[in-house]
Design a protein around this ligand. Sequence first.
Ligand code: SF4
Length: 239
Amino acid sequence: MAAVTPVTLYFSLLQYFGPQKWWPVDKKYHEKNSTDPRFEIIVGAVLTQNTAWKNVEKALENLRSNNALTITSIAKMDIDRLSDMIKPSGYFNQKAFRLKKLSLYLQDRYNGDLNRFFNRETVDIRNELLSLSGVGPETADSILLYAGGHPIFVVDAYTRRICSRLPITVDGKTYDDIRQCFERDIQRRFPTEKLVSIYGELHALIVVFGKTFCKKKPVCRNCPMNSTCIYREKEVFSF
Ligand code: SF4
């Protein structure tokens, strides 16, 4: 059985699902309102914690329809009103607090200028994001990759599950062990200027793959990876 690596996984999933072109933002809205689409990604990365994306979309729509999808608006908004707008995303009081803190931080420290915030070393921005309330590695790296265009791979629960089933060999079990394993393999195969788009596409492909096939209860029969999956083999032999 051929080994699965992040690179072979990327090619297999890309062939099966096609490009996902993440992160989904409402470009027309931002063009029309001269607002910064990167902030929508930042907000989306916080709102998507512990909830499905369709719930995030409803919350983002509420923010858009109230002209509240900017750093300034959220920084000055009453916290109860913000909670109300983002209610569909769940954990809304906690998330409202996080969004407000993050917006105030960007406003006070960077004058609300995302170019100033993002035009720095990846590691410095990452450490700063991780020091903020409610921003863990997955949220920080989603912001860095999709909003900031920094070459960093995002690890989520689907990535962990897929690694344990296919398997993809990872030295260690921490978030950063898995992230670095993916980054090392991809860096060996692709030039530096391609890393942001490959990391972004692979994470999106893993999400769609995890939702379609490699669920908690996997749908192995038609899975595009089933010829290389150890877990699937166990399932077959256990019947
Ligand atoms: S064969 Fe089943 S367990 Fe293996 S990757 Fe596919 S869906 Fe997941």
